[in-house]
Write a protein that binds this ligand. Sequence first.
Ligand code: IPD
Ligand code: CA
Ligand code: CA
Length: 266
Amino acid sequence: MARSAIINVMVQAATKAGRSLARDFGEVQNLQVSLKGPGDYVSQADRKSEEIIFAELSRARPGYSFLMEERGEVSGDDGQHRWIVDPLDGTTNFLHGIPIFAISIALERQGQLVAAVVYNPAMDELYTAERGGGAFLNDRRLRVSARTQLPDAVIGTGIPHLGRGHHGNFLIELRNVMGEVSGIRRLGAASLDLAYVAAGRFDGFWEEALSPWDIAAGILLIREAGGFVSDRAGGQDIFESKSLVAGNEAIHRALLKTVRKPLSAR
Ligand code: IPD
Ligand code: CA
Ligand code: CA
């Protein structure tokens, strides 16, 4: 499949960092049984992945700005472009030897998402999208699922945990959704959750307390696969609100309504 120059740059960075993560993941699996556990080792793997991506992207496109999970904002001379990068999404899975983690790289031009790569090195799944050019898994063109009814739908989400998120609100949302759908999944890597919606594996997805690096690439993947993405209020303030609801047109609409149903309406 012929890829554009910019997607090639992003794929090169993601696969190089992916090889580094895959090596470290092998080691993490050995460290599981040690008393100290692989915690420090994983932080190093995360930083190493970010170093590789930062070096590759800076070399290929000098002057572009960055928003990276570990480094934060790095502003470049070029006022138009910004990379949004999560060097290891699904850290808890990685730490526990669960092969569901990814590198997520998005490119914004004048504040608009124009290119996306999400790469899961453990499964060698490479998701790419370019604005107006469609979304792909390896060489296969992606389409969101065709299911239109919640009772047929499998929905992904993220579950708040110790020290994170609003537990009470999530339980209300979960109660609303679980009674209406055919299944709910929690992968533990938001970039892959969104890639799964783009690939039609998940019919929809919702989560709150997300950061731009978790979702920037996935948002474009879904849009380019024909899907709909909004914040929890149905608007487009996704990064600001940190909330996201996604699906094909029908599931997105139905899920928005269901997630937001007040408890008293049941
Ligand atoms: C996390 C994952 C997870 C989501 C969390 C994120 P990290 O990212 O994407 O699925 O529920 O909100 O913080 O910490 O593994 O990069
Ligand atoms: Ca993340
Ligand atoms: Ca991360």
